[in-house]
Write a protein that binds this ligand. Structure first.
Ligand code: HEM
Length: 252
């Protein structure tokens, strides 16, 4: 048996996947972290406290997972949707009443959108209450604010797509409010609507923003966000633990 295990673990295929030995020494432990794309999200050394679900409540991860679910369900919804004022509402009705699992798909996307807004806001509150916005993480806080705006933007642009009464009037009100923004209000409103009122131009723009621009930006900026978490030395809990350790050492 041992010979078989040795044969497998020494084979070229195995070694192309696992480029380190059994992690029973500091070098192999750090290689495990740096050669695995998922572990690589963490710094080489991770404190127990920062890994505890009680500390971060996993809210950032939950936001990322919900974004993944939204991307998949959104892609499937595109199979049964056309962004034209004549057909959008009809397609949504067909999806709900005639397509197998259509209603489930639509509800997963809609509830997922609400859940993402809630989890991102709670994640932000957690970051605030643990003081993780302080240096050196202030840049990542700003990156987070951009993610929050994009998350709200995705919800807002998606709202128009069913082209029902609720959508039409919500966007009419929303874009009118945007129009009152000082200095750039009129420009923002006309960029969003592509015309004087909510119509085909607005639907086309909201669709492009909702399925391409905003999700693409969220994907890109979330990668930056995760990279910064690693570069800032992991979660803020780690700093407290490290300074406690160095304090204890200097007292010795
Ligand atoms: C699409 C939205 C977002 C995603 C997917 C996301 C994802 C994550 C993940 C996975 C982490 C690692 C720790 C954890 O799970 O809590 C994290 C940490 C962090 N996030 Fe976010 N985040 C988002 C929005 C935000 C927002 C809105 C803010 C603040 C305005 C923010 C600020 C931070 C900061 C400062 C950290 C480091 C926390 C620490 O060191 O304890 N993020 N984020």
């Amino acid at each position: 048996m041992q010979r078989l295990i040795d044969f497998i673990t020494n084979s070229r295929v195995w070694r192309s996947f696992f480029r380190h030995g059994w992690p029973d020494n500091p070098l192999d432990r750090s290689l495990v972290m740096t050669t695995n794309v998922f572990f690589h999200l963490h710094p080489v050394k991770v404190s127990r406290k920062s890994l505890s679900a009680k500390y971060s409540l996993g809210l950032g991860l939950i936001s990322a997972i919900v974004f993944g679910v939204l991307s998949i369900t959104g892609l499937l919804l595109m199979f049964y949707y056309a962004p034209t004022v004549e057909r959008a509402y009809g397609y949504i009705t067909i999806l709900q009443t005639q397509v197998p699992f259509g209603q489930l798909l639509r509800n997963m996307h809609r509830w997922g959108a609400h859940l993402m807004v809630i989890s991102v806001v709670l994640h932000m509150a957690r970051v605030f209450y643990t003081g993780a916005y302080k240096p050196p993480r202030e840049f990542n806080w700003v990156v987070g604010v951009v993610l929050l705006i994009l998350t709200l933007g995705a919800s807002f642009t998606g709202y128009l797509l069913p082209w029902d009464q609720l959508a039409y009037w919500a966007i009419t009100v929303g874009t009118s409010v945007a129009g009152y923004e000082p200095l750039m209000g009129a420009a923002i409103k006309s960029i969003l609507l592509g015309g004087p009122e909510v119509g085909q131009e607005a639907l086309t723009r909201f669709y492009a923003l909702h399925v391409m621009l905003i999700p693409g930006a969220i994907l890109l900026i979330t990668s930056l966000h995760m990279w910064r978490v690693r570069k800032d030395g992991g979660l803020a809990a780690q700093d407290a633990e490290e300074s406690e350790e160095s304090g204890a050492k200097s007292e010795e």
